[in-house]
Design a protein around this ligand. Structure first.
Ligand code: BG6
Length: 503
């Protein structure tokens, strides 16, 4: 626990004391961006709070040749640059003392053996007891071989957990065959398919909001909710990941996972308890109930040159590693329906994209208007519907829009906001999603990870959407960087007499 956490009375009741059993964490893809920007800083923040196992070793594995010292130097730099906590030499020294590097090429048997050798040495030297977490920060096509090799070389003692980064597969068929391959060799409770949004405090708070409060659940349905809007907007572009993004596009990078998980959490029924299977059983029911949208209910876009925060930025087709005639989507909007008793006929409008006006992830529950306003002076514009807005990021918190009387004579009504902000309520910086998720996987808690059936439902919907795109003739680019997406996304809502929330 940090000194700050110890002093902060508002943190009372927070679960800061979970500590996993000793283990070795092997990161495949250790020379990549994710390891430097997210994984190492997360491990460092866990170390600062004393949440890592007593005996703990990190083994970076990648194709690039390198030594333990070079790896440590690179990781130190990454922590200094990206960690949310200030750099502390003592914490770093402790973490670095158990850091090793393995240059691996899995088509070459000698390098596999070198990993096995390193692992048995660390068990003997550091007391990691044969417990292993394997983190796959590698593209989907590299996972199958690794999984087979690891299964063949499984240690006789200790437990194994596989953390697998998204995208899990490229479509339903490939995700299914990966699931089958893994299921043949490991049990589902050893597999942790990561979708880092589920580790965000505000996403978990949606569960707290809905299921720890009595007042929301009775109105959380088609009778009271007019529609739901979910926005995952980013102002950044593809950040040098052109060749990756050409294969994924917004639909596979964000819609297939983060976005559909937000829909599932918003729409799910109350689970009977907060265990992995209860929560995931309820989410998968929502995913199964999603109607396949017809092509007119889906809009796709790609950004062209434009201005973001006053700076001119290139169009997608001009980015490194991108085909100058690319038809890859960098924006998707859709109208979805959850076909069940709670939500029938209630639209879920969702949109996500790169190079939009600003970074914002929100879930907005727009309630129906008051049935009869008795105030003669109130115009329909001043009597706006109530909206519960959940700010996933930034400005993490919630806001409820309500109509209030303007002070003075008469009875004018204006919309005001009741706000809850994490920063002021708890006075503690929010943990990064990866801290929570890595710790959960080490503890064997899969509640915030995606189960194989959820992944397959998500892909089934995405496949249905993308197969219709084969006949689609949308001309790209169709929105300028720094705007809020193509005009057809606005039309999608205007047709229903609604509009996207203003920013
Ligand atoms: C990743 C996507 O999963 O999430 C990126 O691959 C995206 O394209 C990122 O930028 C957004 O995550 P966050 O936590 O920064 O909002």
């Amino acid at each position: 626990m940090s000194a700050h956490a110890e002093e902060n009375p508002l943190l009372e009741g927070l679960d800061l004391g979970r500590r996993p059993e000793s283990c070795a964490l092997v990161i495949f893809g250790a020379s990549g961006d994710l390891t430097q920007r997210k994984l190492m800083p997360a491990l460092y923040s866990l170390a600062i709070r004393g949440l890592l196992p007593e005996h703990f070793v990190v083994i970076g594995a990648a194709r690039t040749p390198g030594t333990d010292d070079e790896f440590r130097a690179k990781m130190r730099e990454a922590i200094e640059k990206y960690a949310r906590d200030p750099f502390r030499e003592d914490v770093w020294e402790r973490l670095a003392s158990g850091m090793r590097y393995a240059a691996l090429d899995f088509s070459d048997e000698t390098s596999e053996n070198s990993l096995v050798r390193i692992l048995s040495t660390v068990d003997a030297e550091y007391g990691t007891q044969g417990n292993r977490v394997f983190y796959f920060a590698v593209p989907p096509n590299a996972i199958a071989t690794l999984v087979s090799e690891l299964a063949a070389r499984r240690a006789a003692e200790g437990w194994v957990r596989l953390i697998i980064e998204k995208p899990f597969g490229n479509d339903l068929a490939s995700a299914r065959s990966l699931n089958e391959l893994i299921a043949d060799r490991f049990s589902e409770r050893e597999v942790y398919r990561i979708d880092h949004y589920l580790g965000k405090e505000t996403v978990q708070n949606m569960l707290a909001l809905r299921f720890a409060n009595g007042i929301f659940e009775p109105i959380w349905n088609r009778q009271f909710v007019d529609h739901v809007q979910i926005t995952v907007a980013e102002s950044i572009g593809i950040e040098g990941r052109g060749s990756f993004y050409e294969h994924t596009g917004a639909i596979r990078d964000i819609f297939q996972n983060l976005l559909l998980q937000l829909v599932a959490i918003t729409a799910m029924e109350p689970p009977s308890d907060f265990t992995a299977d209860s929560v995931r059983n309820e989410k998968v029911k929502v995913l199964r109930s999603l109607q396949t949208p017809d092509p007119t209910s889906v809009v796709r876009g790609q950004y062209g040159r434009g201005f973001v925060e006053g700076i001119e930025v290139p169009g997608y087709r001009e980015e490194d590693g991108v085909d100058p005639a690319s038809m890859t989507d960098t924006y998707v909007a859709a109208k979805l329906y959850v076909d069940n008793w709670r939500w029938a006929d209630t639209p879920f409008y969702v949109r996500m994209g790169k190079r939009l006006g600003r970074r914002e992830t929100t879930v907005a529950i727009q309630f129906k208007r008051a049935p009869h306003p008795p105030f003669a002076e109130a115009t329909s514009d001043s009597l706006r519907p109530n909206v519960l807005l959940i700010h996933v990021q930034p400005d993490e918190g919630m806001s409820l829009a309500i109509g209030a009387k303007v002070p003075g004579q008469g009875m004018s009504i204006r919309t005001v906001h009741m706000d809850f902000l994490y920063g002021s309520a708890f006075r503690e910086g929010l943990p990064e999603a990866y801290e929570r998720l890595i710790l959960d996987a080490m503890l064997g808690d899969a509640t915030l990870f995606t189960r194989s059936d959820e992944i397959e439902e998500q892909w089934a919907l995405v496949d249905a959407i993308t197969s219709a795109w084969e006949r689609d003739r949308t001309a790209f680019p169709n929105y300028a960087a720094g705007t809020w997406g193509p005009p057809s996304a606005d039309e999608l809502l205007h047709r229903d007499g609604r509009s996207w929330r203003r920013h």
